[in-house]
Design a protein around this ligand. Structure first.
Ligand code: GLA
Length: 362
């Protein structure tokens, strides 16, 4: 793989790359649409990575290429990069250079194999994070060597997405991509920015975690995600708290607007569900988290209204076929569902949701 990417880099830029870097996508076990409200989330890394080959330049230019059919090449000066520019996919890698303060004098970059885009599996973050690792190495920043440094890289990637791309995402995906370790979920506390790795011994428990892509593209730059985030901010302001993490559940009833009330109820109840899942994981009872996954999906579907008919169908089909629990994962409005299933029931459940679009994460 690396050798074909290196060869493609040579063909595109008539020089050798200085290296190849990769960063994974994620699924979120639970804690959805709470990162931007100071909540708790529990993502884990996917086996799928986005891979980039890169070489530095010293003339202030960026040349960006991708293997992907729809991704137009982009050449431009680093000092033209900023909010809203460049347009399209180039905003992600260019935005990362911008957010890191353009420490390199320029960059040639080719994106190779990647996390499936539009599947709600954090393909944008995987691209940003792979670019940040390339810049870190090429410029000798040394940030990738420590957890604190990786959190700094993740913050820069999030700024690129929020300010240059213009997607108001919450930061879970970038931290997951840069800080997850194998066979563990990452407990992220988005209030105090602490992280903890929790072992996920699925195989020992006779379980599988599946991801099923509905094939219905998920879109995060359009207005719905931003609207949910805005509702969380409005609800917090109405309750006089800095964010919904600080809102006690009994206070949600004080919100007079029914839509705001439902959306706030999702955030507050989801944070409680994350705490319950963490307690079960710590007690070695991962097989018992299924009902909490189902409750999370119901809340995302009914209270936050970010599911889709395709996601509901996959979740219902999985549960009807004997899954222990299932829920949509990621931003919603399409994308993927995750399914917790006993190993012996895996073939039946995978068949029920359409095995061709289903893969095992753990
Ligand atoms: C997207 C965003 C994240 C998070 C999830 C929902 O993946 O990038 O910040 O808000 O949606 O949990």
């Amino acid at each position: 793989m690396n050798s074909s990417l290196r060869a493609a880099f040579r063909a595109a830029f008539h020089r050798d790359p200085h290296g190849v870097w990769a960063s994974p996508g994620r699924v979120n076990l639970i804690g959805e649409h709470v990162d931007y409200a100071g909540g708790l989330c529990l993502p884990l890394a996917l086996p799928h990575c986005t891979v980039v080959a890169a070489a530095s330049r010293d003339d202030g230019k960026l040349r960006l290429r991708s293997w992907h059919r729809d991704a137009q090449p982009w050449d431009g000066a680093i000092d033209t990069v900023g909010p809203g520019h460049p347009p399209g996919w180039a905003a992600y890698p260019a935005g990362v250079m911008w957010a890191l303060g353009a420490p390199a004098g320029g960059l040639d970059l080719l994106v190779g194999e990647s996390v499936p885009p539009g599947a709600g599996l954090a393909s944008s973050a995987a691209l940003e994070c792979a670019v940040s690792l390339a810049v870190d190495a090429l410029c000798g920043l040394g940030l990738a060597a420590t957890t604190a440094g990786r959190a700094q890289l993740a913050a820069a990637c999030r700024r690129a997405e929020n300010e240059v791309v213009g997607a108001p995402t919450g930061g879970m995906d970038q931290l997951a991509s840069l800080c997850c370790i194998p066979e563990h979920a990452l407990l992220l506390d988005c209030r105090d920015h602490t992280m903890r790795h929790l072992p996920l011994n699925l195989r020992a428990a006779g379980l599988n975690l599946l991801v099923a892509d509905t094939g219905a593209p998920h879109r995060i730059v359009d207005g719905e995600y931003a609207e949910r985030r805005r509702s969380a901010e409005l609800a917090a302001a109405a309750l006089g708290v800095p964010n919904l993490r600080e809102a006690a559940s009994h206070r949600i009833a004080e919100l007079t607007d029914p839509v705001l009330r439902r959306r706030a109820r999702h955030v507050v109840s989801e944070i409680t569900r994350v705490q319950a899942v963490v307690a079960l994981l710590e007690a070695g009872r991962i097989g018992d988290i299924g009902p909490l996954l189902n409750a999370s999906h119901a809340s995302l579907r009914d209270d936050l209204e970010v599911s889709s008919p395709e996601l509901d169908d996959v979740v219902d089909a999985a549960c009807a076929a004997g899954a222990l629990g299932a829920r949509m994962t990621g931003g919603g409005f399409g994308g993927s569902a995750l399914i917790l299933v006993e190993q012996r029931a895996t073939p039946t459940v995978a068949r029920a949701v359409g095995a061709h679009r289903c893969f095992t994460v753990l």
